[in-house]
Design a protein around this ligand. Structure first.
Ligand code: NAD
Length: 445
């Protein structure tokens, strides 16, 4: 099949690589010429395990091409996927300007029947909005062209995106058109071989499903963070509580790890966007609002603990923190809404110097933090620890799970570790002679 994918970010590039891997001809369009040049040179601009080899193999075999020219990409395509960003506006609503722009461009170019697929996460009603934009552009051109607009939200996770696309838990297709649904079933058949993985529903239900899924997952995280904070006060250990509740199959172990709060390019903005949708339609959203506010509090929780710890020693001003992990989670270079950025902001505002390290997100973070003279991003894991007053772990990269604590103790000025991911055993840290402060557990002082 011939496919055009608009937007070559985490979603668009993964979808393009996986669809071409199945033998389809895919043209990827991006407005950023630097990204297109890089992709044409066989390299990729994001870190995603397994993606570069998939892209280069399919590009070399001629099934995957990159361009800035949407007309060229759409010429022979039956399916046009819109995978552009849908960031938050300052008021929390979803910024649909990229989606609108793509719709307008399609309306200016479309010559024959296409299935336009909204893969971006977009509020309920966006498929209708895209349809109207395309129709208005066609009207301006004095043309009538048949097309369908489908909602096909994406559920991949950064860090495991190729795997998730190749073996999805489900493929949601929102359309009322039976023929279009059948064509999408054919397109997705190699990925969703078991028939019940393909769930066809109304367009608005599909749009809502994506928000409901992300908000449910965010709710689990905020719930567990709130329980963790209570555990600290009442003298319980959240690791034990998690084991106790996760064993109930109705609850399960997934997504109930306490930590530094959720970040990334999806959960925070999607939670805010659902609150905004509820407001626009006059619905209640008290639970989702609470999820958002618990998370905002949690993202600065570790920084508050660090400030409190150093209060008795004259405060954090002038002290240095070694910080491990800048990405919002392991296995990605994505720093969008990462808790590390909040922690750094709170601490440097209080006068602390932060020396940070991340295995792949260092460059992205250094660009973002440029201008903050109290922050340095270093290239080695143990570099920031040398002479620092404490170490804080923010991201759960595997290489932070079992570090050389003998070396850490030797090179830290004082043996203090703040753990935002509960990676270490309290008794081990105690035996090693560290002060150890984590989440939802009693501190080792
Ligand atoms: P991204 O910011 O990584 O990529 C978007 C790309 O679109 C950029 O390369 C940008 O240059 C390009 N673009 C913008 N306007 C364009 C235009 N007019 N024509 C061509 N290209 C254009 O975004 P992403 O993380 O891939 O997310 C895309 C969408 O998918 C969002 O709605 C997001 O919420 C959703 N989503 C993301 C994830 C994820 O893990 N990142 C998972 C599921 C769903």
């Amino acid at each position: 099949m011939n496919i055009c994918i608009v937007g070559t970010g985490y979603v668009g590039l993964v979808a393009a690589a996986c669809l071409s891997e199945m033998g389809n001809d895919v043209t990827c369009i991006d407005i950023n010429p630097d990204v297109v040049d890089l992709l044409n040179s066989g390299k990729i601009h994001i870190f995603e395990p397994g993606l570069e080899s998939l892209v280069s193999r399919n590009a070399a075999e001629g099934r995957l091409t990159f361009s800035t020219d949407l007309a060229e990409g759409m010429k022979d395509a039956l399916f046009v996927f819109s995978c552009v960003g849908t960031p938050s506006r300052p008021d929390g609503s979803c910024d649909l300007s990229y989606v609108d722009e793509v719709a307008a461009q399609i309306g200016q170019i479309i010559e024959d029947y296409k299935i336009i697929i909204n893969k971006s996460t977009v509020p309920v009603g966006t498929a209708d909005r895209v349809k109207e934009i395309i129709e208005s552009k066609l009207k301006e051109r004095g043309k009538h062209v048949e097309f369908d607009v489908v909602s096909n939200p994406e559920f991949l996770k950064e860090g495991d995106a190729v795997n998730d696309f190749m073996k999805p838990d489900r493929v949601i297709v929102g359309t009322d058109n039976v023929r279009t649904a059948k064509l999408l079933e054919t397109l997705y058949a190699p990925f969703a071989r078991s028939r019940d993985k393909m769930i066809v529903m109304g367009v608005r239900s599909a749009e809502m499903t994506k928000y409901a899924a992300n908000c449910m997952l965010a709710t689990k995280i905020s719930f567990m963070n709130e329980v963790a904070n209570m555990c600290e006060t009442v003298g319980a250990d959240v690791r034990e509580v998690r084991a106790g509740i996760g064993s109930d199959r109705r609850i399960g172990y997934h997504f109930i790890y306490p930590g530094v709060g959720y970040g990334g390019s999806c959960f925070p903005k999607d939670v805010r966007a659902l609150i905004d949708t509820a407001k626009a339609y006059g619905c209640m959203s008290s639970l989702v609002e609470a999820v958002d506010s618990v998370n905002n509090r949690q993202k600065r929780m570790l920084a508050d603990k660090i400030i409190r710890f150093f209060e008795e020693q004259g405060g954090v001003a002038g002290k240095t923190l070694a910080l491990w992990g800048l990405a919002f989670k392991a296995n990605t270079d994505d720093i969008r809404e990462s808790a590390a950025l909040d922690v750094i902001q709170v601490l440097t505002d209080a006068g602390m110097t932060v020396k940070a390290y991340d295995p792949v997100a260092g460059d992205n973070a250094a660009r973002k933090l440029e201008g903050n003279e109290l922050v340095a991003v270093l290239e080695s894991q143990y570099g920031p620890v040398e002479g620092a007053d404490a170490l804080a772990v923010i991201t759960d990269w595997n290489q932070f799970r079992n570090p050389d604590f003998t070396r850490i103790k030797k090179i830290l000025k004082t043996p203090v570790v703040f753990d935002g991911r509960n990676l270490y055993s309290r008794s081990f840290m105690k035996d090693m002679g560290f002060s150890y402060i984590s989440i939802g557990r009693q501190p080792v002082i």
